[in-house]
Design a protein around this ligand. Structure first.
Ligand SMILES: NC(=O)C1=CN([C@@H]2O[C@H](COP(=O)(O)OP(=O)(O)OC[C@H]3O[C@@H](n4cnc5c(N)ncnc54)[C@H](O)[C@@H]3O)[C@@H](O)[C@H]2O)C=CC1
Ligand SMILES: O=C(O)/C=C\C(=O)CC(=O)O
Length: 360
């Protein structure tokens, strides 16, 4: 065990977990002291969300279905205005990280309590981190006002998430846990949750891949996503998240798929500097090589492996290396511009992760 020397700040809302737990929605809205809920969704999930609105009857005062990836400020402003006009006293975000992110943008401006009902594995519902995009730039920040007060995790709502998105979304969650293990401010509770998260995701994902309607496998991965989101919410992000934010924000690459491709390479970059974290990641994935275990898990489940398959061009690599090295997040290994370029080149090609001592 590492030297015990840490600060631990619990940051959590109320969590209701279980297949069928959506049935408790009205009880949970009332527990917030709310009577007028505005429901948020993406346009694609409007149909599913209307069914949820019916559970609440008159307590659902409207549906705003404009959530899109990375929370454009114009959409946030429109949703805030709808919430004000309808005199909403809570917002219910049903969907993935984009919808939860829209809820956070409303809460940031209004203190409206958020009840989140995640339908992907992104984990945003457990963090006080928000992101808003303005003039082509994504600004992220942390504010406790945006942390959802209540989260209902119902695995039944994830059955419709296509397998390819389920795989990449769960590896987005796995990335929160993996980087949490070597965060500067990691603590024993976060580390326990991180290792358990990685194990649950590693065990559950093959079941979803084999049968997307397997409720037990869905529940296991959602449980892992809850823990992983809690880790992201309680410790700092490092190189991997910085690279993904650069690639998503400046090159418009899809969020979860980018996480899936970059993670093995970011772990390999940090392997020598964070041996204890690597041992825990490997142990959770029943392997002896953490970067390789993540690379193989993604490959076995048919996930994309190369950034060029997501539309990145060779010419983008230098620019991405430049941006990612300019204002780095804290990282266990110092950020070396040439080594970051090599990491990105490997992720671009989809080659296996290369550790410091490996021959190219
Ligand atoms: N602030 C934070 O702590 C975090 C924020 N994020 C943010 O979340 C966003 C990405 O969120 P994701 O969940 O990856 O994707 P998403 O929320 O954009 O959803 C992707 C697509 O899947 C659809 N979808 C969601 N659940 C579905 C289901 N069960 N069945 C069928 N379709 C479904 C959505 O309608 C959407 O069209 C990014 O903007 C990212 O930055 C992600 C993780 C943590
Ligand atoms: O953009 C945000 O909302 C902030 C954090 C994340 O997206 C976390 C992640 O990279 O999955």
């Amino acid at each position: 065990m590492d030297k015990l020397d840490f600060t631990y700040v619990p940051r959590a809302g109320r969590v209701v977990f279980g297949a069928g737990s959506l049935a408790h929605l009205e009880r949970e809205v009332l527990a917030l002291g709310a009577q007028r809920a505005l429901i948020l969704s993406t346009p694609e999930q409007r149909g599913a969300v209307e069914a949820v609105a019916r559970i609440l009857g008159d307590r659902a005062v409207g549906i705003f279905d404009g959530a899109v990836m990375h929370v454009p400020i114009e959409v946030a402003r429109e949703a805030r205005e709808v919430a004000r006009r309808l005199k909403a006293d809570c917002a219910i975000a049903i969907g993935g990280g984009s919808t939860v992110g829209l809820g956070k943008a409303i809460a940031l401006d209004s203190d409206l309590p958020i009840l989140a009902i995640p339908t992907t594995y992104a984990g945003s519902e457990m963090t006080a981190i928000y992101g808003i995009t303005e003039g082509g730039l994504k600004r992220t920040g942390t504010d406790l006002r945006v942390l959802p007060r209540t989260v209902i995790y119902d695995p039944m709502l994830t059955l419709s998430l296509p397998v390819d998105m389920s795989v990449t979304s769960a590896i987005n969650a796995l990335a929160h846990a993996a980087e949490g293990l070597y965060a500067r401010d990691v603590n024993p509770i976060a580390a326990l949750m991180a290792e358990e998260a990685i194990a649950a995701i590693g065990e559950g994902l093959p079941g979803i891949h084999a049968n997307p309607q397997d409720v037990d496998a869905r529940a296991k991965v959602l449980y892992g996503a809850w823990l992983a989101g809690s880790v992201l919410g309680s410790v700092g992000m490092a190189l991997h998240h910085k690279l993904c934010h650069t690639l998503g924000g400046s090159f418009n690459l899809p969020h979860a798929a980018t996480h899936t491709i970059v993670l093995p390479h970011a772990l390999a970059y940090n392997a020598d500097a964070a041996p204890q974290a690597m041992r825990r990641i490997a142990r959770a994935l029943k392997s002896d090589d953490a970067p390789r275990a993540v690379y193989d898990l993604a490959g076995k489940l048919g996930a994309p492996r190369s950034l060029k398959d997501l539309g990145m061009t060779l010419a983008d690599i230098d620019k991405a290396a430049e941006i990612a090295s300019a204002n780095p997040y804290w990282n266990p290994r110092p950020i070396e511009r040439e080594a970051i370029r090599t990491l990105l080149q490997n992720a671009f090609e989809g080659s296996p992760p290369q550790q410091q001592g490996d021959k190219p």
